[in-house]
Design a protein around this ligand. Sequence first.
Ligand code: NAP
Length: 460
Amino acid sequence: MTPPSPLRVAVIGSGPAAFFTADHLLKKTDIDITVDMIERLPAPFGLVRFGVAPDHEKIKNVTKQFDRTARKDGFRFFGNVDVGTDVLLADLARHYDMVCYATGAQTDRRLGIPGEDLARSHPATEFVAWYNGHPEFQDREFDLSVERVAVIGVGNVAVDVARMLCRTDAELGTTDITERAQRAIAASGIREVYMIGRRGPAQAAFTNPEVRELGELEGADVRLVPEEIALDPLSRATVERSDDRALRKKLEILDTLAQRAPSGKARTLHLRFLLSPVELVGNDRGEVARMRLVRNRLEQDGDRLRAVSTDVHEELPVQLVFRSVGYRGVAIPDLPFNEKWGTVPNQAGRVLSDTGEPVRGVYVSGWIKRGPSGVIGTNKPDAAETVGTMLADAAAGAMLAPADRDPAAAAAMIFERQPKAITYDDWLRIDEAETANGKAEGRPRIKFTTIGRMLSVVGR
Ligand code: NAP
């Protein structure tokens, strides 16, 4: 069957997965496709804007690529429109042949230990959103007056948070961190930051450039406990069997860091392994006052090594805790959801109902499809897979049956539901204002941290 021309696709979200999906669709030369991207916030780029750390400016260059996609014929952007509230799937089904959700993983996984909800215990994801100027997290309070902080987990988000807590005012002064977060971090009383991994160094989720960077901080020495980075027999056997050069390099980097003598910097970043928090203990004001941990050993579990607790306990007198044990997807209105995995059930991007049947014309891409793993670029092949599925379905005639395929009617519907919707040209004006404000202060940009401020730039 010949698909309708142009094939009209709505992509929900505007982070890497959304932009790579749009780009793969618009690159097709054998079929005419238009993409309307619909984003909840006025600003596009999702986790590139609100997740990538402010001191990782280079990683944000990927937005230049997204901008090229956005300027392609057949692409439109509608920001400040919440699909699920302002616009429902049923509304989109009246105007589009296909809808692809690329909404990411918007919440955090929990530790499930007593004291997790005490004051001064926070999901790392909220701290990240706060220092990155996410409008919905600016009211969060983080008590950085304390001396000792723990970051639970040893993935790249944990590394970001630990590194940001150790940054000096001068280091932060050239980034796009919010002014308030910069002031709070620079003036903080923090002296010790503990990053805690439940397994060993050979199983650490962080990547090599990220851990190497920890050794280059102006304001913090890195400390490791030699016994914790000495490989246990199972890990050593795994490393010896493996041809993973990056893993060997990672262990070398950790060894080098461990051998360094502290140089008396103001803060110390402790990288700890084989420890699991078992309880956050509060003071009489209900704030974290210390953390109880158990030492783990590793046990073979299929092809991975898992942490098993021993009867050895330890306490750390930390007064602030960031839980950084992974993001988690949230259910999307009108779509099936796998609560266990925090993802939308799908087959190569094609959404599946609770009974395993394809949901006609509805797709997923990125973290909501596969879970919160991989780097920005991982979303490119992932999006290609979803687009392949979409095109196969289009060729087979398995699509929605929109009553009104006129692009003007879709735009009218969106503006009727959300009169303050933002177009891509509007965004470019907001972007220009942010970068101009930043230039005056030697920063890449100064982000507007409220939706109202962003809208006022474009007279809404
Ligand atoms: P992640 O890489 O999955 O790391 C999660 C960490 O939490 C792991 O160390 C994991 O240990 C630990 N963990 C999970 N459950 C735990 C529990 N109950 N108790 C103690 N520890 C627990 O997740 P992420 O750090 O949130 O990052 C998400 C993705 O974004 C990753 O793919 C990451 O590489 C990417 N990212 C990349 C960058 C960058 O490129 N610079 C920056 C930020 C994020 P186990 O291994 O034992 O499960």
